[in-house]
Design a protein. Structure first.
Length: 226
């Protein structure tokens, strides 16, 4: 698969996920399929860093779209969580800083700080999201370590709340149980053939707000009709 085809797959899984969120919240299957979307977008950031001619412009573009998309994102999800573009921006920033630091220990510390910042700021996927992007970069060509890192990261996303709330009542949700489905996205990553494919660089930038606007419009229509 080319990088373009992987992005198309990511957009499809994201669309399925968001249809489930807004129209079929009681049906977990939609969300299960949707778990494959974010890891593919995270991989695309790591791959983009390796090929971009101007990483500063790349980072600025992600952050800019994050700002202009926040309003429709908030309307759609009725939440003040920061949208995925801010997650991707933090992940890319973590990669940039790590790649420029000669001291690897300091580099890992900075990545962890940025991941924690994502959790504090309430970006989509939080700490998990930033680290997912970073691990795709760190082990881009090391399949065994990539599989191990992503496996442990997804396991940690389930177990961490249990450890943090060890002395309180905490019940795993359906979303917690289906989280490991995100690992299925690695199958698409492993099929990457090293080619770029079509050069529609702004596909995701356009598709993300467009599909949110369309789905939100359908929601408003259905609410009036029903």
């Amino acid at each position: 698969m080319s990088s373009f085809q992987i992005k198309i797959a990511a957009c499809f899984f994201m669309l399925v996920d968001h249809i489930g969120v807004i129209f079929f919240p009681e049906q977990i299957t939609w969300r299960l399929i949707g778990r494959l979307a974010f890891p593919l977008f995270a991989w695309a950031i790591a791959n983009g860093f390796r090929h971009t001619r101007n990483v500063s412009r790349y980072l600025g573009r992600l952050f800019f779209f994050g700002i202009i998309i926040q309003i429709p994102y908030t309307l759609y999800f009725n939440s003040w969580y920061l949208n995925i573009f801010f997650t991707l921006s933090l992940g890319l920033l973590a990669i940039i800083i790590f790649s420029r630091l000669a001291d690897r220990s300091l580099g890992y510390l900075m990545v962890f700080i940025l991941a924690c910042l994502g959790e504090v700021l309430g970006v989509d996927y939080g700490l998990y999201g930033v680290l997912t992007i970073f691990f795709f970069y760190l082990y881009f060509n090391d399949v065994p370590r990539l599989l191990l890192a992503q496996g442990l990261l997804n396991l940690g996303r389930i177990l961490l709340p249990l450890l943090v709330t060890a002395f309180d009542e905490y019940t795993l949700s359906d979303m917690d149980f289906i989280q490991p489905a995100a690992l299925l996205a690695l199958g698409f990553v492993l099929m990457f053939n090293g080619t770029k494919g079509r050069g529609w660089k702004y596909l995701f930038y356009i598709f993300y707000p467009a599909h949110l606007a369309i789905l939100y419009g359908f929601k408003l229509i259905l609410e009036k009709v029903l």
